[in-house]
Design a protein around this ligand. Sequence first.
Ligand code: GDP
Length: 338
Amino acid sequence: MNVVVFAGGVGGAKLADGMTRSTDDASLTIIVNTADDFELYGLYISPDLDTVMYTLAGIANPETGWGIAGDTFQNFEMLARYGVSPWFRIGDRDMATHLLRTQMLRNGATLAEVTHTLSRRLGVKARILPMTNDRVRTVVDTDEGLYAFQEYFVKLKWQPEVRSLIYEGAEEAEPLPDALRAIETADTIVIAPSNLYLSIDPILAIPGMRDAVMNASAPIIAVTPIIAGEAVKGPAAKLMRELGSEASAAAVAQHYAEFLNGFVLDERDAEFQPRIEAMGIGVLLADTLMRDADDRARLACEVITFADRLRPEKMGGCKLNAPTPAQSPSSQPTHADR
Ligand code: GDP
Protein backbone atom coordinates (compact mmCIF):
# COMPACT_ATOMS: atom_id res chain seq x y z
CA MET A 1 0.00 0.00 0.00
CA ASN A 2 1.37 3.42 -0.98
CA VAL A 3 0.84 6.05 1.68
CA VAL A 4 1.67 9.73 1.19
CA VAL A 5 1.89 12.02 4.23
CA PHE A 6 1.99 15.83 4.02
CA ALA A 7 3.94 17.03 7.01
CA GLY A 8 5.57 19.88 8.89
CA GLY A 9 7.75 19.08 11.86
CA VAL A 10 6.78 17.31 15.06
CA GLY A 11 3.10 16.40 14.40
CA GLY A 12 3.90 15.01 10.96
CA ALA A 13 7.05 13.26 12.17
CA LYS A 14 5.16 11.47 14.96
CA LEU A 15 2.40 10.25 12.65
CA ALA A 16 4.88 9.15 9.96
CA ASP A 17 6.84 7.30 12.65
CA GLY A 18 3.58 5.60 13.67
CA MET A 19 3.01 4.55 10.07
CA THR A 20 6.40 2.84 9.89
CA ARG A 21 5.78 1.10 13.23
CA SER A 22 2.20 0.04 12.66
CA THR A 23 2.39 -1.78 9.38
CA ASP A 24 4.95 -3.54 7.20
CA ASP A 25 2.68 -3.24 4.19
CA ALA A 26 2.92 0.50 3.70
CA SER A 27 5.45 2.11 1.43
CA LEU A 28 5.65 5.59 2.84
CA THR A 29 6.43 8.93 1.15
CA ILE A 30 6.50 12.04 3.32
CA ILE A 31 6.26 15.41 1.57
CA VAL A 32 7.76 17.94 3.95
CA ASN A 33 7.43 21.71 4.30
CA THR A 34 10.63 23.63 3.55
CA ALA A 35 9.26 27.17 3.85
CA ASP A 36 10.83 27.36 7.36
CA ASP A 37 14.32 26.77 5.93
CA PHE A 38 16.90 29.46 6.48
CA GLU A 39 20.59 30.16 6.61
CA LEU A 40 22.66 30.79 9.71
CA TYR A 41 26.49 31.14 9.80
CA GLY A 42 26.35 30.26 6.08
CA LEU A 43 24.73 26.91 6.89
CA TYR A 44 21.54 25.73 5.21
CA ILE A 45 19.08 24.66 7.91
CA SER A 46 15.93 22.72 7.15
CA PRO A 47 14.11 22.33 10.48
CA ASP A 48 11.11 20.28 9.35
CA LEU A 49 13.12 17.91 7.14
CA ASP A 50 15.47 17.34 10.07
CA THR A 51 12.68 16.71 12.57
CA VAL A 52 11.11 14.12 10.25
CA MET A 53 14.48 12.52 9.43
CA TYR A 54 15.71 12.37 13.04
CA THR A 55 12.36 11.03 14.25
CA LEU A 56 12.28 8.24 11.66
CA ALA A 57 15.93 7.45 12.39
CA GLY A 58 15.05 7.12 16.09
CA ILE A 59 17.52 9.81 17.18
CA ALA A 60 15.21 12.82 17.65
CA ASN A 61 15.28 14.66 20.95
CA PRO A 62 11.83 13.99 22.41
CA GLU A 63 12.25 16.68 25.07
CA THR A 64 12.75 19.60 22.70
CA GLY A 65 11.00 18.65 19.42
CA TRP A 66 14.16 19.70 17.55
CA GLY A 67 17.70 18.40 17.39
CA ILE A 68 19.25 15.09 18.39
CA ALA A 69 18.78 13.20 21.66
CA GLY A 70 21.79 13.52 23.96
CA ASP A 71 23.39 16.22 21.84
CA THR A 72 25.90 18.62 23.40
CA PHE A 73 26.26 22.35 22.81
CA GLN A 74 29.99 23.03 22.88
CA ASN A 75 29.86 25.06 19.67
CA PHE A 76 27.21 27.19 21.34
CA GLU A 77 29.45 27.73 24.38
CA MET A 78 32.34 28.69 22.12
CA LEU A 79 30.15 31.17 20.24
CA ALA A 80 29.21 32.63 23.62
CA ARG A 81 32.93 33.04 24.40
CA TYR A 82 33.19 35.09 21.23
CA GLY A 83 30.41 37.24 22.62
CA VAL A 84 27.76 35.92 20.25
CA SER A 85 24.50 34.86 21.85
CA PRO A 86 22.65 32.97 19.16
CA TRP A 87 18.87 32.88 19.46
CA PHE A 88 18.79 29.68 17.40
CA ARG A 89 20.60 26.81 19.09
CA ILE A 90 22.29 24.07 17.12
CA GLY A 91 23.69 21.00 18.87
CA ASP A 92 27.14 19.66 18.01
CA ARG A 93 25.84 16.51 16.27
CA ASP A 94 22.97 18.39 14.65
CA MET A 95 25.61 20.75 13.25
CA ALA A 96 27.09 17.87 11.23
CA THR A 97 23.81 17.56 9.32
CA HIS A 98 23.85 21.26 8.42
CA LEU A 99 27.53 21.15 7.45
CA LEU A 100 27.06 18.19 5.13
CA ARG A 101 23.82 19.49 3.64
CA THR A 102 25.39 22.87 2.93
CA GLN A 103 28.47 21.31 1.36
CA MET A 104 26.42 18.98 -0.85
CA LEU A 105 24.16 21.84 -1.97
CA ARG A 106 27.21 23.97 -2.80
CA ASN A 107 28.58 21.07 -4.84
CA GLY A 108 25.43 21.12 -6.93
CA ALA A 109 23.16 18.50 -5.35
CA THR A 110 19.47 19.30 -5.02
CA LEU A 111 17.76 19.45 -1.62
CA ALA A 112 15.92 16.23 -2.55
CA GLU A 113 19.21 14.46 -3.33
CA VAL A 114 20.77 15.67 -0.09
CA THR A 115 17.71 14.58 1.90
CA HIS A 116 17.80 11.16 0.25
CA THR A 117 21.49 10.66 1.01
CA LEU A 118 21.34 11.85 4.62
CA SER A 119 18.20 9.90 5.49
CA ARG A 120 19.50 6.67 3.88
CA ARG A 121 22.75 7.00 5.82
CA LEU A 122 20.74 7.31 9.02
CA GLY A 123 18.92 4.11 8.09
CA VAL A 124 15.54 5.71 7.31
CA LYS A 125 13.51 3.46 5.01
CA ALA A 126 10.63 5.81 4.28
CA ARG A 127 11.07 8.29 1.44
CA ILE A 128 11.37 11.88 2.70
CA LEU A 129 10.82 14.49 -0.02
CA PRO A 130 11.16 18.26 0.38
CA MET A 131 8.10 20.04 -1.05
CA THR A 132 10.38 21.61 -3.69
CA ASN A 133 14.06 22.01 -4.51
CA ASP A 134 13.45 25.74 -4.95
CA ARG A 135 13.60 28.45 -2.38
CA VAL A 136 10.30 29.26 -0.67
CA ARG A 137 10.26 31.32 2.52
CA THR A 138 7.39 32.07 4.86
CA VAL A 139 7.26 35.76 5.73
CA VAL A 140 5.05 36.70 8.67
CA ASP A 141 3.17 39.99 8.45
CA THR A 142 2.46 41.08 12.03
CA ASP A 143 1.25 44.13 13.95
CA GLU A 144 4.95 44.81 14.63
CA GLY A 145 6.04 44.52 10.98
CA LEU A 146 7.32 41.82 8.60
CA TYR A 147 9.46 39.00 9.98
CA ALA A 148 11.31 36.10 8.45
CA PHE A 149 9.74 32.92 9.79
CA GLN A 150 12.44 31.82 12.24
CA GLU A 151 12.69 35.31 13.66
CA TYR A 152 8.94 35.31 14.37
CA PHE A 153 8.90 31.72 15.60
CA VAL A 154 12.08 31.26 17.61
CA LYS A 155 13.36 34.75 18.40
CA LEU A 156 9.97 36.36 19.14
CA LYS A 157 8.39 33.07 20.34
CA TRP A 158 5.37 33.68 18.05
CA GLN A 159 4.08 36.52 20.21
CA PRO A 160 3.39 39.28 17.62
CA GLU A 161 -0.16 39.24 16.27
CA VAL A 162 -0.22 37.89 12.73
CA ARG A 163 -2.15 39.68 9.97
CA SER A 164 -1.19 37.48 7.04
CA LEU A 165 1.39 34.98 5.80
CA ILE A 166 3.36 35.26 2.60
CA TYR A 167 4.97 32.19 1.04
CA GLU A 168 7.69 34.07 -0.80
CA GLY A 169 8.89 32.27 -3.93
CA ALA A 170 6.08 29.70 -3.89
CA GLU A 171 4.59 30.83 -7.20
CA GLU A 172 7.85 30.29 -9.06
CA ALA A 173 8.73 27.04 -7.27
CA GLU A 174 8.36 23.65 -8.89
CA PRO A 175 7.09 20.54 -7.17
CA LEU A 176 9.22 17.41 -7.35
CA PRO A 177 8.05 15.05 -10.11
CA ASP A 178 8.51 12.22 -7.56
CA ALA A 179 6.05 13.92 -5.21
CA LEU A 180 3.44 14.40 -7.95
CA ARG A 181 3.83 10.75 -8.99
CA ALA A 182 3.54 9.59 -5.39
CA ILE A 183 0.29 11.56 -4.96
CA GLU A 184 -1.10 10.22 -8.23
CA THR A 185 -0.32 6.58 -7.41
CA ALA A 186 -1.07 6.76 -3.66
CA ASP A 187 -3.59 4.44 -2.02
CA THR A 188 -3.96 6.77 0.95
CA ILE A 189 -3.08 10.45 1.37
CA VAL A 190 -2.78 11.85 4.88
CA ILE A 191 -2.55 15.48 5.94
CA ALA A 192 -0.66 15.13 9.22
CA PRO A 193 -1.59 16.99 12.41
CA SER A 194 0.66 19.86 11.43
CA ASN A 195 0.24 23.60 11.48
CA LEU A 196 -2.21 24.36 8.66
CA TYR A 197 -0.80 27.80 7.81
CA LEU A 198 2.89 27.27 8.58
CA SER A 199 3.41 23.70 7.37
CA ILE A 200 0.63 22.42 5.09
CA ASP A 201 -0.44 25.55 3.18
CA PRO A 202 3.13 26.31 1.98
CA ILE A 203 3.25 22.79 0.46
CA LEU A 204 -0.13 23.29 -1.22
CA ALA A 205 1.02 26.70 -2.50
CA ILE A 206 3.58 25.07 -4.81
CA PRO A 207 2.04 25.18 -8.30
CA GLY A 208 0.66 21.77 -9.27
CA MET A 209 0.54 20.44 -5.73
CA ARG A 210 -3.05 21.39 -4.87
CA ASP A 211 -4.23 20.18 -8.29
CA ALA A 212 -2.43 16.87 -7.76
CA VAL A 213 -4.24 16.47 -4.44
CA MET A 214 -7.60 17.51 -5.95
CA ASN A 215 -7.17 14.96 -8.77
CA ALA A 216 -5.84 12.12 -6.62
CA SER A 217 -7.83 8.92 -6.67
CA ALA A 218 -6.83 7.92 -3.12
CA PRO A 219 -8.90 8.93 -0.11
CA ILE A 220 -7.50 12.09 1.48
CA ILE A 221 -7.61 12.21 5.26
CA ALA A 222 -6.56 14.98 7.62
CA VAL A 223 -5.73 14.39 11.27
CA THR A 224 -6.70 17.31 13.49
CA PRO A 225 -3.89 19.43 14.96
CA ILE A 226 -6.46 21.12 17.23
CA ILE A 227 -7.91 19.42 20.29
CA ALA A 228 -10.58 21.18 22.36
CA GLY A 229 -9.86 24.52 20.72
CA GLU A 230 -6.13 24.41 21.43
CA ALA A 231 -3.02 23.31 19.56
CA VAL A 232 -1.13 20.44 21.16
CA LYS A 233 1.92 22.65 20.71
CA GLY A 234 2.84 25.79 18.83
CA PRO A 235 0.81 28.65 17.41
CA ALA A 236 -1.83 26.86 15.27
CA ALA A 237 -4.83 27.91 17.41
CA LYS A 238 -3.48 31.41 18.03
CA LEU A 239 -2.92 31.87 14.28
CA MET A 240 -6.41 30.63 13.44
CA ARG A 241 -7.91 33.25 15.74
CA GLU A 242 -5.63 36.01 14.45
CA LEU A 243 -6.41 35.16 10.83
CA GLY A 244 -10.15 35.44 11.49
CA SER A 245 -11.07 31.80 11.82
CA GLU A 246 -12.58 29.95 14.75
CA ALA A 247 -9.90 27.91 16.55
CA SER A 248 -11.57 24.52 16.31
CA ALA A 249 -11.20 21.14 14.66
CA ALA A 250 -14.30 21.95 12.56
CA ALA A 251 -12.53 25.03 11.17
CA VAL A 252 -9.51 22.86 10.26
CA ALA A 253 -11.82 20.49 8.35
CA GLN A 254 -13.39 23.52 6.63
CA HIS A 255 -9.91 24.78 5.69
CA TYR A 256 -9.19 21.55 3.78
CA ALA A 257 -12.80 20.83 2.76
CA GLU A 258 -12.36 21.16 -1.02
CA PHE A 259 -10.23 18.01 -1.22
CA LEU A 260 -10.90 16.12 2.01
CA ASN A 261 -12.67 12.74 2.12
CA GLY A 262 -12.10 12.01 5.77
CA PHE A 263 -11.24 13.85 8.96
CA VAL A 264 -9.81 12.31 12.13
CA LEU A 265 -11.48 14.25 14.92
CA ASP A 266 -10.31 13.94 18.48
CA GLU A 267 -12.84 12.18 20.70
CA ARG A 268 -12.79 15.24 23.01
CA ASP A 269 -14.34 17.17 20.09
CA ALA A 270 -17.15 14.74 19.22
CA GLU A 271 -19.63 17.65 19.21
CA PHE A 272 -18.18 18.77 15.83
CA GLN A 273 -18.88 15.47 14.07
CA PRO A 274 -22.27 16.50 12.58
CA ARG A 275 -20.86 19.83 11.38
CA ILE A 276 -17.95 18.14 9.59
CA GLU A 277 -20.14 15.42 8.12
CA ALA A 278 -22.42 18.17 6.78
CA MET A 279 -19.39 19.33 4.72
CA GLY A 280 -19.49 15.93 2.98
CA ILE A 281 -16.45 14.70 4.91
CA GLY A 282 -16.38 11.32 6.70
CA VAL A 283 -15.38 11.48 10.37
CA LEU A 284 -13.36 9.09 12.51
CA LEU A 285 -13.40 9.78 16.24
CA ALA A 286 -10.10 8.84 17.85
CA ASP A 287 -7.70 9.68 20.63
CA THR A 288 -5.37 11.78 18.45
CA LEU A 289 -2.84 12.73 21.12
CA MET A 290 0.42 10.90 20.36
CA ARG A 291 2.11 10.75 23.77
CA ASP A 292 4.33 7.74 23.04
CA ALA A 293 5.30 5.21 20.40
CA ASP A 294 2.23 3.04 21.00
CA ASP A 295 -0.05 6.04 20.49
CA ARG A 296 1.70 6.88 17.22
CA ALA A 297 1.34 3.34 15.88
CA ARG A 298 -2.28 3.01 17.04
CA LEU A 299 -3.34 6.33 15.49
CA ALA A 300 -1.49 5.59 12.22
CA CYS A 301 -3.20 2.19 12.04
CA GLU A 302 -6.61 3.75 12.69
CA VAL A 303 -5.99 6.28 9.90
CA ILE A 304 -5.07 3.53 7.41
CA THR A 305 -8.13 1.47 8.35
CA PHE A 306 -10.33 4.57 8.10
CA ALA A 307 -8.96 5.22 4.57
CA ASP A 308 -9.99 1.68 3.65
CA ARG A 309 -13.55 2.43 4.74
CA LEU A 310 -13.62 5.45 2.41
CA ARG A 311 -12.33 3.50 -0.60
CA PRO A 312 -14.60 1.54 -2.97
CA GLU A 313 -12.11 -1.35 -3.29
CA LYS A 314 -10.95 -2.50 0.14
CA MET A 315 -7.25 -3.16 0.75
CA GLY A 316 -7.51 -4.87 4.12
CA GLY A 317 -6.81 -1.89 6.40
CA CYS A 318 -3.99 -2.08 8.89
CA LYS A 319 -2.92 -4.91 11.16
CA LEU A 320 -1.02 -3.47 14.08
CA ASN A 321 2.50 -4.88 14.59
CA ALA A 322 3.68 -5.77 18.07
CA PRO A 323 4.68 -2.58 19.91
CA THR A 324 8.30 -1.50 19.57
CA PRO A 325 10.06 0.75 22.06
CA ALA A 326 10.62 4.39 21.14
CA GLN A 327 11.32 7.66 22.78
CA SER A 328 8.33 8.98 24.67
CA PRO A 329 8.13 12.74 24.87
CA SER A 330 7.55 13.78 28.46
CA SER A 331 6.20 17.15 27.41
CA GLN A 332 4.84 18.82 24.31
CA PRO A 333 7.87 20.67 22.99
CA THR A 334 7.95 23.59 20.64
CA HIS A 335 10.67 24.80 18.31
CA ALA A 336 10.22 28.23 19.82
CA ASP A 337 12.14 26.99 22.89
CA ARG A 338 15.20 26.52 20.74
P1 GDP B 1 6.32 22.07 13.90
O1 GDP B 1 6.90 22.55 12.59
O2 GDP B 1 7.23 21.19 14.67
O3 GDP B 1 5.66 23.12 14.73
O4 GDP B 1 5.24 21.06 13.57
P2 GDP B 1 3.96 20.84 12.75
O5 GDP B 1 3.75 21.73 11.60
O6 GDP B 1 3.90 19.38 12.56
O7 GDP B 1 2.84 21.38 13.74
C1 GDP B 1 2.58 20.99 14.93
C2 GDP B 1 1.06 20.91 14.98
O8 GDP B 1 0.73 19.58 15.20
C3 GDP B 1 0.48 21.73 16.08
O9 GDP B 1 -0.63 22.44 15.60
C4 GDP B 1 0.06 20.70 17.12
O10 GDP B 1 -1.13 21.07 17.74
C5 GDP B 1 -0.12 19.46 16.31
N1 GDP B 1 0.28 18.26 17.03
C6 GDP B 1 1.51 17.99 17.53
N2 GDP B 1 1.50 16.80 18.17
C7 GDP B 1 0.23 16.32 18.05
C8 GDP B 1 -0.42 15.13 18.50
O11 GDP B 1 0.17 14.26 19.17
N3 GDP B 1 -1.75 14.98 18.20
C9 GDP B 1 -2.44 15.92 17.49
N4 GDP B 1 -3.73 15.70 17.23
N5 GDP B 1 -1.85 17.06 17.04
C10 GDP B 1 -0.54 17.24 17.34
